[in-house]
Design a protein around this ligand. Structure first.
Ligand SMILES: [Fe+2]
Length: 329
């Protein structure tokens, strides 16, 4: 039977409790019978008001540069591979804080693909199965120069956006080039607390993002802050290098810029970002719908070679749930 076959006048005709304490329901008008355990019904009723998406801010531990230090976010690559409790801790860090760092992995090209494979599935894009981040001549993307990069999420011009990014350091002998991570959900929460109208403007306004070169022309129309039905944040996007022309109705433009600038200034507050050096063999794995990344400029002497790859939340959360299931079995 399909839902379209059900009567709109469906009702419970009769209820009984059997000797095992199970609830027997008879439905009218078709006489269909169902059996439920009391626990199953209780669990369902208890959770119906608490149902949320994996991405929802209400599941997360929001952090800033101080509070994040109370959490373990860095894990040794060998232990992560050999010990399921370490793997569970790393993936739990991702679910709670939006990132984890793997240290001492092989400093080899393509290692980032092995790391993605360890927690999920690779997302191939027009950049290939991985992308190189190092200074290049005639770079088509600021990431491929030695300039600093402000806090951003990657590829907001892509729908669906890659929800996980991994950046693996193959070599780093430059001065500078420090990595910054920032909790975008915390930034959105600060915006909401300081000016809820600005928060509402960024969640209600759909913007165009675009990336274009001679091989691709990618476009999206999405809000900077995305929420669920209870106005809880589930995704942030911010990338001032790939935002397209802001072409809004005249009456909305000034309000939008006030909100946009407020959010941009919050993202620059030094107390929000955690800063660290990505050493050779280190890899940071972060939620590209939540955690923004940035980089300071670096010297032209020495070598900084990072390889990046995209993945998605489904594979990582699936593995996390399997590990949690084994833990409680
Ligand atoms: Fe980036």
């Amino acid at each position: 039977m399909d839902v379209s076959d059900l009567s709109v006048d469906l009702s419970i005709d009769r209820t009984d409790i059997d000797k095992q304490g199970k609830l027997l329901l008879s439905f009218s008008p078709d006489g269909h019978k169902s059996i439920f355990s009391a626990k199953r019904l209780q669990d369902y009723l208890h959770n119906v008001e608490k149902q949320t998406h994996d991405r929802c801010e209400s599941h997360k531990t929001l952090w800033d540069s101080n509070t994040v230090n109370a959490h373990k976010t860095c894990f040794d690559w060998a232990a992560y591979n050999d010990d399921q409790t370490v793997r569970l801790a790393a993936l739990s860090s991702f679910a709670q804080l939006g990132y984890f760092v793997l240290s001492n992995s092989p400093a080899e090209e393509n290692q980032v693909l092995k790391i993605v494979d360890s927690f999920g599935h690779l997302r191939d894009t027009n950049y290939g199965n991985l992308f190189e981040v190092r200074a290049t001549i005639n770079a088509n993307n600021l990431a491929y120069t030695n300039a600093g990069l402000g806090a951003h999420t990657d590829n907001p011009y892509r729908e669906p956006v890659p929800t996980i990014q991994a950046l693996h350091c193959v070599e780093n002998t430059v001065e500078g080039g420090e990595s910054l991570l920032l909790d975008g959900f915390m930034a959105a929460d600060i915006l909401r607390r300081e000016n809820v109208e600005h928060f509402d403007t960024l969640r209600d306004t759909r913007l165009h993002f675009r990336f274009s070169d001679n091989k691709a022309d990618l476009r999206s129309r999405v809000p900077l802050i995305e929420t669920d039905e209870k106005i809880r944040v589930i995704c942030v996007r911010y990338n001032n290098r790939s935002i397209d022309t802001i072409n809004l109705p005249q009456d909305d433009v000034l309000d939008f810029y006030a909100a946009y600038q407020h959010f941009a200034k919050i993202l620059k507050r030094s107390e929000l970002a955690t800063t660290f050096r990505l050493n050779t063999g280190d890899c940071m794995v972060f939620d590209n719908t939540r955690v923004m990344h940035a980089r300071t400029s670096f010297s032209t002497g020495g070598q900084r070679h990072v390889q990046g790859a995209y993945s998605d939340l489904d594979g990582l959360y699936s593995q996390l749930r399997l590990l949690q299931r084994r833990e409680t079995a």
